[in-house]
Design a protein around this ligand. Structure first.
Ligand code: F6P
Length: 386
C-alpha cells in the first residue's frame, strides 16, 4: 500500500530578517528527509488568502542570503474582509496537514484566528519582542533575526568598527537610531558596543535629565554616542518622531527619524554649553535587517526549520510555539503547546528595570548577561577615547 505523503505549507510575514532563507532551506531539506510535500505561500498570509503559493522543491535557496525568497506582507486577517474564512478554506482545499508560520507579533497573531488548524509558530523579528521573560524562566530566549541585528548595532557604535572613532576625532555627539517600535531590545543590544546613553520606548524620555547627563559626559570625554529606538516617546506620551497619518494594518505609525529629530533638538539646546556644529543623527534603518545572518541566527534558523518539519511529519494535532531555550550550556529547540498562551499579547515581551537603568540610560548587569549570550563578543579596547 502506498503511503499518502503529508502536505505542509510555510509562510513568512512581517519585517524580513537575515536568517529566513536559512530557515526555509532547512525546512525544504527536512521535507525530503521526512517524506513530506512542502509548499511556500507568497507574501505571508496574503498568499494564503489569495491562494498564491509555490512548490518549494522547485526553488533554489541560498541560506546565506538575507530577506525571504517567499516575500512578506503585513496583513491583518481580522481586518481583511472574509480574511479568516478564506484563509481556512484555502488551507483546507489545498489538503494541508499543517502550516509553519514564521513571523513577528502581528503575523503570529493571525495564527490565533485559526485555532483549529494545526500550526507551528516560529518567531522572527529584530525587535526580539516575542517571548516571555519572568523570574522563573525565559520562554524563547531570542527571536530569529535578533542576533544578527544585535551584533550589527553593537558593531556600529563600537570603537573597533563603529562611529566611536569619528565621534572622537571630530569631538562629535552622534545620535544613532535603532529599530524597535514598542520594545527596546535592539537599542539595548548596542550596549555591547559601549555607547554613552540608550533611550528605549518602554521608558519615557526625561529630556532635561538626559541633556544634563550629555553635557557632563561631553565635558569629560569630548564625544558622546546616544542610541535611540525609533519608537521612543517623551514624557507627555508623544513619539519623538512618528507620522501618525501613515498606519499599517495593525495600527502602527510610520517612524520617521527619532535620531535626526533628537540631534536637531540637542544641537539647539546645547548651544550655550559648547560648539554644537558636530551634533548629528544617523539612521541605519533597514541595514539592521539586511544581509547575511550571523552564525547564531543561521545555526538556530536551521535547527528550527528542521524541527518544525519533523514535528508536523509525525501525528500532529495541537498547534505549537517552537522556541529557542537556554540550557546550562548553549541552547535547544523547545516546543510549547500553543494552548498554553491565551493570545499573542501574552507573548509580547518588553524591556523592564531588570535589564535597563532608566536613570542612567544604560544596560544593567542582568541585561548585559542576557545580551552577552546573544551578541557574539565585540572585541573592544577603549584606548582612552571614552
Ligand atoms: O518587524 C519589525 C520592524 O523591523 C520594526 O523594528 C520596524 O518598526 C518595522 O519592522 C518597520 O518595518 P517596515 O518599514 O518594513 O514596515
Amino acid at each position: 500500500m502506498r503511503m499518502i505523503k503529508k502536505r505542509i505549507g510555510i509562510l513568512t510575514g512581517g519585517g524580513d530578517v537575515p536568517p529566513l532563507n536559512a530557515f526555509i532551506a532547512s525546512a525544504k531539506e527536512a521535507s525530503v528527509e521526512y517524506g513530506v510535500e512542502l509548499i511556500g505561500f507568497i507574501k505571508g498570509w496574503l498568499g494564503v488568502v489569495e491562494n498564491q503559493f509555490v512548490d518549494l522543491t522547485r526553488i533554489n535557496l541560498n541560506p546565506l542570503i538575507g530577506g525571504t525568497i517567499l516575500k512578506s506582507s503585513r496583513i491583518n486577517l481580522e481586518k481583511t474582509s472574509g480574511g479568516i474564512e478564506t484563509a481556512l478554506e484555502n488551507l483546507q482545499r489545498l489538503n494541508l496537514d499543517g502550516l509553519i508560520v514564521v513571523g513577528g507579533e502581528d503575523t503570529l497573531s493571525n495564527s490565533f484566528c485559526l485555532p483549529n488548524f494545526p500550526q507551528i509558530l516560529v518567531s522572527k523579528t529584530i525587535d526580539n519582542d516575542v517571548g516571555i521573560i519572568d523570574s522563573a524562566e525565559i520562554i524563547n530566549y531570542f527571536t530569529l533575526g535578533f542576533p544578527t541585528a544585535a551584533k550589527r548595532i553593537a558593531t556600529l557604535v563600537s570603537l573597533k568598527d563603529g562611529v566611536r572613532t569619528t565621534a572622537y576625532s571630530h569631538e562629535r555627539i552622534v545620535v544613532l537610531e535603532s529599530m524597535g517600535m514598542h520594545a527596546g531590545w535592539l537599542a539595548l543590544a548596542s550596549s555591547m558596543g559601549h555607547p554613552d546613553f540608550i533611550i528605549i520606548p518602554e521608558f519615557p524620555l526625561n529630556y532635561a535629565h538626559l541633556k544634563k547627563l550629555i553635557i557632563e559626559r561631553y565635558k569629560a570625554n569630548k564625544n558622546v554616542i546616544v542610541v535611540i529606538a525609533e519608537g521612543a516617546r517623551f514624557q507627555d506620551g508623544s513619539y519623538v518622531s512618528a507620522d501618525e497619518n501613515e498606519k499599517d494594518d495593525f495600527g502602527h505609525p510610520r517612524f520617521i527619524g527619532a535620531a535626526v529629530t533628537l540631534s536637531k533638538k540637542l544641537k539647539e539646546d546645547l548651544k550655550n554649553h559648547f560648539d554644537t556644529r558636530n551634533v548629528n543623527g544617523v539612521n541605519p534603518s533597514y541595514l539592521y535587517r539586511s544581509g547575511a545572518p550571523s552564525c547564531l541566527d543561521l545555526y538556530w534558523a536551521e535547527k528550527l526549520g528542521k524541527e518544525a518539519i519533523r514535528l508536523l511529519s509525525q501525528s500532529f494535532e495541537a498547534s505549537i510555539f517552537l522556541t529557542v531555550k537556554k540550557e546550562t550550556k548553549g541552547f535547544s529547540v523547545f516546543p510549547y503547546p500553543l494552548s498554553n498562551f491565551k493570545g499573542i499579547r501574552e507573548l509580547h515581551r518588553v524591556v523592564d528595570k531588570r535589564f535597563y537603568d532608566h536613570e542612567e540610560y544604560a544596560v544593567t548587569e542582568e541585561g548585559r548577561k542576557y545580551l552577552a549570550e546573544i551578541v557574539e563578543e565585540i572585541a573592544e579596547q577603549t584606548y582612552g577615547l571614552g
